[in-house]
Design a protein. Structure first.
Length: 361
């Protein structure tokens, strides 16, 4: 069993955080199993890792294949039917009806009814076979790099489905990009009917883990392990390396409506760039806890949450300065999304809420 296999099987949440953030929370194993749990009332103490607005409601995902829905971001929450029992790490919607969820064991799920039911489009075994097929047959004239890629692809198949996807960027109903451990990256341009290995387009020679991906227009950004920051100016067709302001792990990245970028991660480290990653300024957050999630608020500001149960909201007109905000229920947070007048926060003990800022603070 390789090191990553050990990490994703651990039951200790904080051990997983120390080894790479909320997205590698311990799962119930990496075997793709039957649909669980059955639809019903949400158990509040379930570990949730990702959350998104579908436009008309809120959908959150987490351990043991959990997907839960709310009409307004508040109780009652209800379970959806899913075809997996592995930890799901992120969820995003293209429309109020169509969205995707990803997770451990290379799982990619799709919904076309707003999150009520889900079907599997990809798993780790199929993903590994796609990578091997893309490497092509051995050629006598091939170079060292091509041989290295083929060997990595063979190793991926031999390892089995033990590597998680950690984040996704949904452009529209057809185009989606997912990233994950060991430089795993796939893209679809037909709504998930076909997934194409994309790691060869990402300059990551050490195969560092990719934790976050986000974009706006033609600009896409990826953040990851050991200060990894990557940028694409052509809609994800190709990526280049950005000079990173931090050598530690970034757990996520946000792209704001004005094109500025925020990367956040370990020990309260978070940075903002207003020039597409050419330069970075450190954000003024009064915390040393790892920042594990964030969301745009729709008015030019952002909210960031930490593993210590903290919520920070950027100040109007002062994008590098943040104010601590209260929540109705403190817990180690993993993600946040705005739904109308509230912020919906998810984490180690289910859901929490906070009052969304009114745009004048």
């Amino acid at each position: 069993m390789n090191a990553w296999s050990t990490i994703v099987r651990r039951r200790t949440m904080w051990g997983a955080l120390a080894l790479g953030g909320w997205a590698v929370l311990a799962s119930a194993g990496t075997v793709i199993g039957p649909a669980v749990p059955a639809p019903g009332e949400f158990r509040q103490d379930a570990v949730l890792v990702g959350v998104a607005s579908s436009g008309t409601g809120v959908v959150a995902v987490g351990e043991r294949g959990t997907v839960v829905l709310s009409d307004n971001g508040r109780a009652p929450w209800r379970h959806a039917t899913t075809p997996t029992d592995v930890t799901l790490t992120a969820v995003r919607f293209a429309t109020p009806l169509k969205g995707w969820a990803i997770g451990h064991a290379g799982v990619v799920l799709v919904t076309i009814d707003g999150g009520k039911t889900w079907t599997r489009q990809l798993d780790g075994q199929a993903a590994a076979r796609l990578v091997l097929a893309a490497a092509g047959p051995a050629q006598s004239s091939e170079g060292e790099e091509q041989r290295r890629r083929r060997e990595l692809a063979r190793q991926l198949v031999e390892d089995g489905p033990d590597k998680p996807f950690l984040d996704l960027y949904v452009v529209d109903e057809d185009t989606v990009m997912v990233v994950g451990a060991y430089n795993l990256a796939f893209r679809t341009t037909d709504g998930g009917k076909h997934w194409v290995p994309w790691q060869d387009r990402i300059p990551n020679p050490k195969s560092l883990h990719l934790y976050g991906v986000a974009g706006a227009g033609r600009d896409l950004y990826i953040a990851g392990e050991k200060g990894t920051l990557l940028h694409s100016a052509d809609g994800g067709e190709s990526f280049g390396t950005l000079q990173s302001p931090y050598s530690g792990t970034f757990f996520g990245v946000l792209v704001q409506p004005d094109g500025s970028v925020i990367a956040y991660g370990l020990r309260g480290n978070s940075y903002r760039s207003a020039d597409r990653g050419a330069s970075w300024s450190k954000l003024a957050l009064d915390t040393t806890a790892s920042i594990t999630g964030g969301t745009n608020l729709g008015d030019g500001r952002v909210a960031l949450v930490t593993q210590a149960g903290e919520l920070f909201i950027s100040r109007q007109g002062q994008p590098d300065a943040f104010t601590r905000a209260g929540t109705d229920r403190s817990q180690p947070f993993a993600g946040a999304v705005r739904q109308g007048a509230i912020l919906v926060l998810v984490g180690a003990r289910g859901t929490s809420t906070a009052q969304a800022p009114d745009g004048t603070q």
